[in-house]
Ligand binder design. Structure first.
Ligand SMILES: Cc1cc2nc3c(=O)[nH]c(=O)nc-3n(C[C@H](O)[C@H](O)[C@H](O)COP(=O)(O)OP(=O)(O)OC[C@H]3O[C@@H](n4cnc5c(N)ncnc54)[C@H](O)[C@@H]3O)c2cc1C
Length: 407
């Protein structure tokens, strides 16, 4: 076993959140080590598939807005620093049937909450009726009763490139990384002011440890005998599909087509979201939906996608809504959501191990906030004040315990 080395901070997991945290720590002069079981960016976790929606008005809650605002600024800084394109501002459309929105009905209520968020934070937007949506985006085949929120500065971020850029700059700034190495345990040393991190082959100590293990978090918590924490998370397989835009490629290019979130029924899964083409060499409409019915684990998930799944996606969701798109799939990928009961993040110290911070930007909406979260986490573990209105307190785990008590 490798001899022990000591760090200010060890970051376990170098995906969206871990790479952002490592990058921010490296910019603050901390002696830092990042460890990942794979070699990020990779396609085994939650941060692959070419694109992630980003939008500034956050219907999920006001507490998220400073994080996405900060993420956009950080990605633009990183683009300038590395010369790598990370984010495309395409505009974004969130739409649902008007009566469902008016009645605060189910998932459609997200449109109302997004408009309210934009108004509170002064985010540039327009509210469009079906005629207004059609006039601007004839690609959508509407029923005629829709209401749409359009945000000028929404778009998509490239997850693999964003992770890669943050890791590259972190390494160039002195951060050490170990990849292909799985962390087995974290444990206090002595009176608990130091934490030991063990992998299969090495052991290190640090003043602080950040666990950003994504979908592997439940299993990690189980190994740490934290079954109470483990019970707060479940992992769900999601699938992304890329349909050939054929002769309509120009209509689905980033200048002409927005990212979109479209609620069309009452159920949690009566919806889809999508993207303009992100790769001009393979023009495609990328679409996905969400499912929370069956749970999985990173070890047992089926990462292949069957032709039947893609055919069902086309038949049930795409065909009637985008008449220009045929059913030819260019690719499909499976990915994992790590989900909490209230669909919000958990960023909190482990009780009894106050120097170990669990960081889960989970529940399917974390990427857009990840760069800002990395900044806040770096400041928190270094004992510095947070800036830019960032505040991690809303993500304390305590709320889940309260909900359990009152359930
Ligand atoms: C299909 C899909 C679509 C999504 N769409 C959006 C979207 O449009 N907009 C948005 O904002 N968000 C979206 N999300 C959510 C977002 O992508 C995730 O919230 C985010 O990527 C999670 O990042 P993470 O760092 O927690 O996990 P990951 O990026 O998966 O990183 C976890 C890392 O930890 C490592 N690891 C785990 N255990 C260990 C261990 N014991 N030792 C060493 N390394 C370990 C893993 O190898 C991995 O690299 C989507 C997610 C999916 C799956």
């Amino acid at each position: 076993m490798t001899q022990n080395s000591h760090y200010d901070v060890i970051v376990v997991g170098l995906g969206a959140l871990g790479a952002a945290t490592l990058y921010q720590l490296s910019q603050r002069g901390a002696r830092v080590l990042g460890i990942d079981q794979f070699a990020p960016p990779h396609d085994q976790g939650s941060s692959h598939g070419d694109s992630r929606i980003t939008r500034l008005a956050i219907g999920e809650g006001d507490e998220y807005v400073p994080f996405v605002q900060r993420s956009h600024a950080i990605w633009r800084e990183l683009e300038a620093r590395t010369g790598t394109p990370l984010m495309s501002t395409t505009g974004g459309l969130v739409l649902a049937p008007r009566d469902r929105v008016a009645e605060h009905h189910g998932k459609a209520d997200f449109v109302r909450r997004t408009i309210a968020s934009a108004e509170r934070f002064g985010i540039a937007h327009e509210v469009l009726d079906a005629a207004g949506i059609r006039a601007r985006f004839p690609q959508f085949h509407l029923q005629g009763d829709e209401i749409g929120y359009h945000e000028r500065d929404a778009g998509f971020v490239r997850p693999e490139a964003a992770i890669g850029a943050q890791l590259a700059v972190a390494r160039a700034s002195g951060a050490q990384t170990r990849t292909g190495e799985r962390v087995q345990s974290v444990e206090p040393v002595g009176n608990g002011d130091t934490v030991r991190v063990r992998t299969e082959t090495a052991s290190f100590t640090a003043d602080r440890v950040v666990i950003a293990a994504g979908a592997w978090l439940p299993e990690f918590l189980g190994r740490q005998a934290r079954t109470d924490w483990q019970a707060n998370f479940s992992v769900h397989r999601q699938v992304m599909h890329w349909f050939d835009t054929g002769s309509a490629a120009a209509d689905f290019s980033p200048g002409r087509f927005p990212i979109f979130i479209w609620m069309f029924g009452d159920g949690q899964e009566d919806y889809m979201y999508g993207f303009p083409s992100s790769d001009p060499t393979q023009p495609a409409l990328k679409v996905a939906t969400e499912q929370y019915v069956s749970a999985t684990t990173p070890d047992t998930i089926d990462r292949s996608v069957s032709p039947e799944e893609t055919a069902a996606m086309y038949r049930d969701r795409v065909a009637g809504r985008f008449p220009q798109i045929g059913g030819r799939a260019l690719k499909a990928r499976a990915c994992m959501y790590t989900v909490t009961p209230d669909r919000r993040f958990v960023i909190d110290a482990l009780d009894g191990l106050p120097h170990v911070l669990i960081a889960s930007a989970c529940s399917g909406h974390g990427f857009k906030h990840s760069a800002g979260l990395g900044e806040a986490i770096a400041d928190q573990v270094l004992g510095r004040a947070m800036s830019h209105g960032l505040d991690l307190r809303p993500f304390a785990r305590q709320r889940l315990l309260k909900e359990k008590e009152t359930a």
